[in-house]
Write a new protein. Structure first.
Length: 264
C-alpha cells in the first residue's frame, strides 16, 4: 500500500462482520490500517471488534477494539473519548452501522420503524455530534457515512424504513458537509449497490429460494453482471479519507456496478 493515511487516526463504527468473511466495516478498517492509519474498531459485539483488530494487528498495524452501541449517546461518547485519550486526535470518522428491516408501512411494526431510524440514521447523528468538535478544533477531518443505493432509488426489496432512513442519511451527510466545509471538515457518503457480503446471507437470503438463487438473481440486475465486494466499498472509503479527495465534500458516491445509471 502507498501509506496515503500515514499517522492518521480512523474511528470506525460497525467495524465487525456479521458473519464469516469480509463485511464493509471490517474491510474498511483493515484498508485504513494498511494505508498507515491507526484504527479504532468499534462494534456492538466485542468479539466482532476484536476479530477485526486481530486481523489488523497480524498485518503489523495498530488497532484498538471497543464495544459500543452506536445508538446510545453515552456509549458513543465513551468510545470517542477513549480514542482521543489513546491517540490524541480523530482524523477519520467512518460510520458503517446499518440494518435493513423488511416490510412496507402497513406490514412493518412501529417499533421496527423506530429501530431502523435509530440504527441507520441516529447512529450517524450521535457519532458526528461527538466527533465534530474534535475535528473542528483540529481544523481538519473526513467523515464517511455508508449509506445505500436504496436511499436514492427502489432496490426491488420491500424495505420502506431502510429507504427512508438511508435517504435521510444522504441529506444529513450533505448538510454537515456544507455546515463544516469552511472549518476543514469534509463529509461524504458511499452508496453501495448489491454487494456480496456476509450481511446478505443473514438478512437477505430468506427473500430468495436459496443462497445460490439469491446470488444469481442479484447479479443479473447489475449492468456489470456481478455483485461488488466489501473491498470495493473499502477502497472508495480510503480514497475519500485521503488527501486525494481533499476538494471533495458533500458527495453521494455510488459503488454499484452501474445500477444507479440503469432503469429500476
Amino acid at each position: 500500500m502507498s501509506g496515503r493515511l500515514r499517522d492518521r487516526v480512523a474511528l470506525v463504527f460497525g467495524a465487525g462482520s456479521i458473519g464469516p468473511g469480509w463485511g464493509n466495516g471490517k474491510a474498511a478498517a483493515t484498508a485504513f490500517a494498511r494505508e498507515g492509519a491507526k484504527v479504532v474498531a468499534v462494534d456492538l459485539r466485542a468479539e466482532a471488534a476484536e476479530e477485526t483488530a486481530g486481523v489488523i494487528r497480524e498485518d503489523g498495524h495498530v488497532c484498538l477494539a471497543l464495544a459500543a452501541d452506536a445508538t446510545n449517546d453515552d456509549e458513543v461518547m465513551a468510545a470517542v473519548e477513549r480514542t482521543r485519550q489513546r491517540f490524541g486526535r480523530i482524523d477519520i470518522l467512518h460510520n458503517n452501522v446499518g440494518n435493513p428491516q423488511s416490510g412496507g408501512p402497513v406490514e412493518l411494526p412501529e417499533e421496527l420503524w423506530d429501530r431502523a431510524m435509530e440504527v441507520n440514521l441516529k447512529s450517524a447523528y450521535l457519532t458526528c455530534r461527538n466527533v465534530l468538535p474534535i475535528m473542528v478544533a483540529q481544523g481538519s477531518g473526513a467523515i464517511i457515512n455508508i449509506s445505500s443505493l436504496a436511499g436514492h432509488r427502489w432496490s426491488g426489496y420491500n424495505n420502506v424504513s431502510y429507504y427512508a432512513s438511508k435517504a435521510g442519511l444522504n441529506q444529513f451527510t450533505q448538510a454537515i458537509a456544507l455546515q463544516y466545509a469552511a472549518q476543514g471538515v469534509r463529509a461524504n457518503a458511499i452508496l453501495p449497490g448489491f454487494m456480496d457480503t456476509p450481511l446478505i446471507y443473514t438478512k437477505i437470503k430468506g427473500r430468495h429460494a436459496d443462497a445460490e438463487t439469491m446470488v444469481r438473481e442479484r447479479s443479473a440486475r447489475i449492468p456489470m453482471k456481478k455483485m461488488g465486494t466489501a473491498w470495493d466499498v473499502a477502497h472508495a472509503a480510503v480514497f475519500l479519507a485521503s488527501d486525494e479527495a481533499k476538494y471533495i465534500t458533500g458527495v453521494l458516491f455510488p459503488v454499484d456496478g452501474g445500477m444507479s445509471c440503469a432503469c429500476a
